[in-house]
Design a protein around this ligand. Structure first.
Ligand SMILES: NC(=O)c1ccc[n+]([C@@H]2O[C@H](COP(=O)([O-])OP(=O)(O)OC[C@H]3O[C@@H](n4cnc5c(N)ncnc54)[C@H](O)[C@@H]3O)[C@@H](O)[C@H]2O)c1
Ligand SMILES: O=P(O)(O)OC[C@H](O)CO
Length: 350
């Protein structure tokens, strides 16, 4: 039996991923009505900026974030949060990770009683070291079975162009993950399900930090061997952290682990990779953030990732040295000598 479809979906965040994911949901709804009939699903976006929501609703575009992309004509957007959340049985959150917590009390007041909430965010909260699903369950007072996360090799612009892509929906309740996956499966996007929420979230969080290091390698022209070495050893430290927190090794070898790491570290579309290349020019972390118009989560998540690893006794040398660059303690040219100059050890050593 197919999962019960959602009837009203609210996407909070009109940036590049929120808008692209709203397109996925609207295209998926249209495809399922065309093949199976039944009631159509309404997809609405909440955005902060009047010009962006007007562009989405009136012109079916979001040229501020997705230039040149035609959005589904059924998609609407508004700055009115109560209107967007009213009656929504699926609420998707796609704002920068560090801005999420203060927005939750208002969302909690407006949330429909049985709504499922999905996080698209790939960041770890500063000071609390909390994953986004933890911030959501606490802030909205929901059990983990009502909160899912979606993560994978998902560069928004490629998906907005309908390039074929796979992803993972994780939830403690596999039936909820399957219900969410069914809602986001247009012909160009294939979500798998998983119950390893910890592994799926940490894959998405730490790959952003590793992409900063790879961007630095690229910017300083260290060569392809250097980038492959950082990606591979980056996966090793991501896996150590995820396992220490209860994640599963198969998840780290899957789309939300290896898959996302490869996509982010190899693509010029990645904002974290771009931020690394900007750091390589000698800009400070603050200057990089000021230069970029979109969110590069790794810049703020690197410190909490390192703190969390240290609190668990997990060694994360790439993260540690990226934090040292971001904090201005070392120059980008000290990154490689510091990583290569450590004591030799067995590759499989934890
Ligand atoms: N863009 C991608 O390819 C992609 C893919 C997968 C996951 N993600 C993740 O999705 C999340 C959102 O990323 P994005 O790419 O949509 O970011 P973005 O920078 O493109 O857009 C962020 C959106 O949040 C809004 N926003 C910013 N600060 C806010 C605040 N304080 N309060 C409320 N709204 C605020 C912005 O106006 C914008 O609409 C991030 O965690 C990112 O890692 C992004
Ligand atoms: O542009 P980035 O670096 O935030 O990466 C986007 C997605 O997370 C890639 O899966």
């Amino acid at each position: 039996m197919s999962p019960e479809p959602f009837t009203r979906i609210a996407v909070v965040g009109a940036g590049s991923w929120g808008t692209t994911f709203a397109k996925i949901l609207a295209d998926s709804a249209e495809a399922s009505v065309a093949t199976a009939g039944g009631p159509s699903t309404e997809v609405r976006i909440w955005g902060r900026r009047a010009a962006v929501v007007e562009d989405i609703t009136a012109r079916h575009r979001n040229d501020a974030y997705l230039p040149g992309i035609a959005l589904p004509t059924t998609l609407t957007a508004s700055t009115d949060l109560p209107g967007v959340l009213h009656g929504a049985d699926l609420v998707v959150l796609a704002v920068p990770a560090q801005s999420l917590r203060p927005q939750l009390p208002r969302i909690r007041e407006l949330l429909a009683p049985h709504a499922v909430v999905v996080s698209l965010m790939k960041g770890l909260e500063l000071h609390t070291n909390a994953r986004m699903s933890e911030v959501i369950t606490a802030g909205l007072g929901l059990p983990p079975e009502r909160v899912a996360v979606l993560s994978g090799p998902n560069l928004a612009m490629e998906i907005a162009r309908e390039s074929p892509t796979a992803s993972v929906v994780a939830c403690a309740d596999e039936a909820v993950a399957a219900r969410v996956a069914a809602a986001c499966s247009p012909p160009y996007f294939r979500p798998y399900t998983n119950t390893d929420v910890v592994g799926v979230e940490f894959g998405g969080i730490v790959k952003n930090v590793i992409a900063l290091a790879v961007g630095i390698c690229e910017g300083r022209q260290m060569g392809d061997n250097a980038k492959a070495s950082v990606i591979t050893r980056g996966l090793a430290e991501t896996t150590r952290l995820a396992l220490a927190l209860g994640g599963r090794v198969e998840t780290m070898a899957g789309l939300a682990g290896l898959g996302d790491l490869v996509a982010t570290c190899s693509s010029a579309l990645s904002r974290n990779h771009t931020a690394g290349r900007l750091l390589a020019t000698g800009l400070s972390a603050e200057q990089v953030t000021a230069t970029m118009r979109q969110t590069a989560e790794g810049v703020k998540s690197a410190r909490p990732v390192l703190d969390l690893g240290r609190s668990l006794g997990v060694r994360m040398p790439i993260t540690e040295n990226v934090v040292a660059v971001l904090d201005g303690e070392i120059s980008v040219d000290e990154l490689a000598p510091r990583l290569l100059g450590r004591d030799l050890k067995s590759e499989g050593e934890q």
